[in-house]
Design a protein around this ligand. Structure first.
Ligand code: SF4
Length: 381
């Protein structure tokens, strides 16, 4: 396969030395952490200190500062969204995913009737912000499929995001005219040799094509761009987190018109799945979320149903601004919840969305089901 050679973040990524960054993070001291905590503006060097082992004893002041910044920038609100899985077809082989092409699972792509049922079921649960998710199969679930189904789906929701195969810049620009507000594209890992170990077939093998997807999104004027790494894939979650921070910093400088979000997915069990190469435990995940809030006070931080109810109820009020709830990770899962064998991964928080909302209300937060509308984010026709 021809490797993609772009002109965006790839150049900057080439200057980042994984081993050197790992060493620098590990050598941070308590004094570095204290300096970062008292700094009015957290630099990338400070961020290294905040995610380092030296910062673990400072979890309480980090959490306090993160919460203060979150309330100051976002008020007492948490936005709700739901993922809608349209298809589990995939032309890639990823070692950690139940949708991998060689997995012998039933494959399913929703048609217009099934999509309408899913949309209605999600509306009935209260959702107005939607994330469309597919495997990566550009011939069967590509632009033609999106063109065919976007307008009808858009009619049911006030905001529409996608998490699908990386597309060309002009394709993103076209989807924007059909109602696309945001795109999530996680690099999985920024360590190229590890990336090669886990992406065995298909276009996803092209590390740089994926790495520069946010550049294409920024150039296409997409309103919201979501970044992240899949923690547990590389053997150093700290270095992968630092790379996400570098990527975010670069994008904010380059495509300042777009908004950004960061997510913190950890490997979850799935059909044919692998064991994590490094463990990001819950305490460290809190540290990481707080470090991101301190580094990027205005950025949306998102937490999915991969995490447990207990963890979500305690951590969302600290720094999280966007959550999914009641997620089904199989196509058709909302209207007819009887096909768990089609799942991408097993969610951990299986509470109904209303229960999640109630728990957050009890913690003093206001669940927000709609804060965006059709006419925002793209030219009026
Ligand atoms: S992670 Fe994405 S690309 Fe890889 S197998 Fe799963 S759905 Fe396909």
């Amino acid at each position: 396969m021809k490797e993609y050679r772009g002109t965006g973040f790839q150049d900057h990524w080439q200057t980042l030395d994984w081993d050197d960054i790992s060493l620098r993070i590990n050598s941070k001291t308590a004094a570095d952490v204290e300096r970062a905590l008292s700094s009015p503006r957290v630099s990338r060097e400070d961020f290294m200190a905040l995610i380092s082992p030296a910062a673990l004893p400072y979890l309480e002041p980090m959490a306090q500062k993160a919460q203060q910044l979150t309330r100051q920038r976002f008020g007492n609100t948490v936005s709700f969204f739901a993922p809608l899985y349209l298809s589990n077809l995939c032309a890639n082989e990823c070692t950690y995913c139940g949708f991998s092409m060689s997995n012998k699972i039933k494959r399913k792509t929703l048609d217009d009737v099934e999509i309408a049922k899913e949309c209605e079921a999600l509306n009935a649960l209260g959702f107005k912000h939607l994330l469309l998710v597919t495997g990566e199969h550009k011939t069967k679930v590509g632009m033609d499929y999106f063109r065919r189904h976007f307008p009808a789906i858009r009619g049911h929701f006030s905001s529409l995001m996608i998490e699908v195969q990386p597309l060309e810049q002009q394709e993103y620009a076209e989807l924007k005219t059909l109602g696309l507000d945001g795109v999530l594209v996680y690099q999985e890992t920024y360590h190229a040799p590890t990336y090669a170990l886990h992406h065995l077939r298909g276009q996803k093998q092209d590390f740089f094509w994926r790495l520069e997807t946010p550049d294409r999104l920024g150039r296409a004027g997409i309103d919201k761009i979501g970044l992240g790494a899949l923690f547990g894939l590389s053997n150093n979650w700290r270095t992968d987190s630092y790379m996400v921070a570098e990527h975010l910093f670069y994008l904010q400088q380059t495509y300042w018109q777009s908004r950004y979000s960061v997510a913190f997915p950890r490997l979850r069990p799935c059909a044919g799945g692998i064991e994590p190469a490094s463990i990001l435990n819950e305490k460290q995940l809190v540290q990481l979320i707080c470090a991101f809030r301190l580094f990027a006070p205005d950025v949306e931080l998102s937490l999915s149903t991969r995490e447990s109810p207990y963890f979500r109820d305690h951590v969302i009020p600290l720094a999280i601004t966007t959550v999914s709830a009641g997620s089904k990770t199989q196509p058709g899962g909302y209207a007819a919840d009887d096909k768990p064998e089609l799942e991408q991964f097993e969610p951990h928080d299986n509470r109904p969305p209303a229960h999640v909302a109630q728990a957050l209300t009890q913690a003093g937060l206001q669940p927000v089901w709609k804060d965006w509308d059709q006419h925002l984010g793209r030219p009026l026709s």
